[in-house]
Design a protein around this ligand. Sequence first.
Ligand SMILES: NC(=O)c1ccc[n+]([C@@H]2O[C@H](COP(=O)([O-])OP(=O)(O)OC[C@H]3O[C@@H](n4cnc5c(N)ncnc54)[C@H](O)[C@@H]3O)[C@@H](O)[C@H]2O)c1
Length: 260
Amino acid sequence: MPRLSGKTALVTGAARGIGAAIAQAFANEAAQVIVTDIDVERGLATSSAIGARFARLDVSCEADWSEIALQFPTVDIVVNNAGITGFEDVQPAHDPENATLADWRAVHAVNLDGTFLGCRYAIRAMRAKGAGSIINISSRSGLVGIPMAAAYASSKAAIRNHTKSVALYCAGQGLNIRCNSIHPAAIMTPMWEPMLGSGADRKDREAALVKETPMQRFGRPEEVAALAVLLASDEAAYMTGAELNIDGGILAGSAAAPGG
Ligand SMILES: NC(=O)c1ccc[n+]([C@@H]2O[C@H](COP(=O)([O-])OP(=O)(O)OC[C@H]3O[C@@H](n4cnc5c(N)ncnc54)[C@H](O)[C@@H]3O)[C@@H](O)[C@H]2O)c1
């Protein structure tokens, strides 16, 4: 029995990476999926491969969300997945001493404003049925400080907190609308390309990035998508305001032996 049959799911930033894997996993469980992204060409290709609908949506743009609300006034599942690191095109300083206010705000506009607007849309679009599941993709970076990516870490921490406000608000309103956050660590997606590069040292860089991860590897988008399916499904009916780490064990603590 498919786990999401009869449900409609909207996923942001779903043209590629984790969002595309979630959209595919939802479709596999018989959900009606709406793939959204700012990248229209890739979004159309991904949605047609999945058998989903596509809508252009810049998550940081309030007017775009108004359009989405007109087009899709009711929905059962919303995944606020779209996110940027701030290192997509160039590599500006993102440490607390040297980051510019413009770069700081640009990251928060997509990651945090986008999630706020997505949650607001979701609550309104789920209110008629009085039920639904909102899944916010935060990060391990929302739970620890990341000195060289301070805006990203700050935005992801705020997503974690807003998830809990949304969960409490909905429960307080007597709505069966659940809101939970997922906190992935390094997951191999195109997001890493600017940091990994294509040079001969790519493998070394990859290994260095997971050196501190107890499982010693990157995660896969499908592994995050499996968690999203659980949270979207009625199996998670008693879960709200929760934060789920998926990180190869890195947040579990130090693997160092005593005295090591
Ligand atoms: N990959 C990781 O290691 C990792 C770890 C922790 C958290 N995350 C989070 O998971 C989410 C997905 O990451 P990913 O690795 O798949 O990234 P990705 O860069 O591969 O894909 C992101 C998608 O979001 C879209 N996008 C960017 N800005 C947008 C906007 N303003 N409106 C709508 N869509 C927009 C892009 O076009 C792209 O299709 C992000 O929120 C990211 O912060 C990723």
